[in-house]
Design a protein around this ligand. Sequence first.
Ligand SMILES: [Zn+2]
Length: 486
Amino acid sequence: MAITIHIPTPLRPFLDNQDTVTVDGEGAVGEVLRQLAAAHDDLGKHLFGADGALRNFVNVYVNEEDIRYQDGENTAVKSGDTISIVPSIAGGSGQASLSPAELARYSRHILIPDVGVPGQERLKASSALLIGAGGLGSPLALYLAAAGIGRIGIVEFDTIDETNLQRQILYGTSQVGQSKLQRATDRLRDLNPAITIEPVEEPLTSANALELFKNYDVVADGTDNFPTRYLVNDACVLTGKPNVYGSIFRFEGQISVFHHQGGPCYRCLYSEPPPPGLVPSCAEGGVLGVLPGVVGALQANEVIKVLLGIGDVAAGRLVIYDALKLNFRQLKLRRNPNCVVCGETPTVTELIDYEQFCGMPAFEGSGGGQAAAANGDGDGGIREIDVFELQARRERGDNFQLIDVREPWEADINQIDGAELIPLGELPDRLDELDQSASYVVHCKMGGRSATAVAQMQEAGFRDVVNLEGGINAWVDEIDPDQQSY
Ligand SMILES: [Zn+2]
């Protein structure tokens, strides 16, 4: 057995582009690194300052532990240990001193031996980027701001909707209709005026993600749609940032930290997204309001652990929380050497079109702020019309039947005049009520369930069936804004 040293990307050119090297021997970590530097031209000046000490923007871990919280350069390493060299916070010194007011504010943190004044200073010098200020983003942002992370970026461009208030605890009833980002920024600045909030009021896209991610130490994904999830993952791998991931559905949550110190990324777990329509979003499938609170708080905890270098970060494992049973299960995740983005020979070396890759728009999931985009010409041979075309057909008096495949409680909130309600679950048994030679337009809330219904009807022999793109949500937005939406 030898000592394994993980080399960060910026230093690999000095080591024949190796990502790990192994050395024999044991002793103090500082000595082991000096021997490594002596054997490779130019490496030394990147690791050690003129005074001979490790440069303060170079963090060194022995196994999972930051040596600054052990014996510094004298921390012992032995055969079988792993040394990780982690270049510190971009542009920062890694430490920022605390004012008396800050010492008082964070006193309950500072009392914890694992944090102390150095840990709190480190949080102040750190930065985190939150994608979305919705269900997951609310607790994430609140706890990270309260904890004193020095710089918090938030990407969000949605407005506050009444249906958000069941779980998005950053907002109040009097703020419905207002900008989430502006209200979140106000709330967080009030919560902790000692930190910097950096609002980014635009959707995260392949065009802006890399520039944005570069400026932060860690990224936390608070969105809940596949295009954004793959975009966040790939941008984190390409910029070398840890990706603190959370997802929620009904009563179940998942948490992991991807691409952390050589650990697996989201694509190692799921190289490709499920086919469109297979996995419903929270807006379609529902979510218990407390669930994003629990999962978002766990994400905040992982962000703090990553920044402080303490504890066992949820890298290389997927933690599954079942809110009904109140149990946590863990699955081991492994880095896939053939991973298309973080593997040995990656084929994804720049950001791609994630909406096309996932076959779906990055629409609003749990309030993650990725708004609806046009869905093109339907997927899998299903024809679609938009709400303007539906309106035109109605005005012309075209002969067609409108079918609503939502549940009765949804039809109690809003409806399109003349629609016949046949919930999707009843459709297969009720197809014989319908004339196969007639023309149909099928709608649901957002277009997902109705696409399934159109496919079922086509399969059963109906010839002229089209899906209403965007569902009744789009109808209310564009044609009939006096109706309640949900
Ligand atoms: Zn990977």
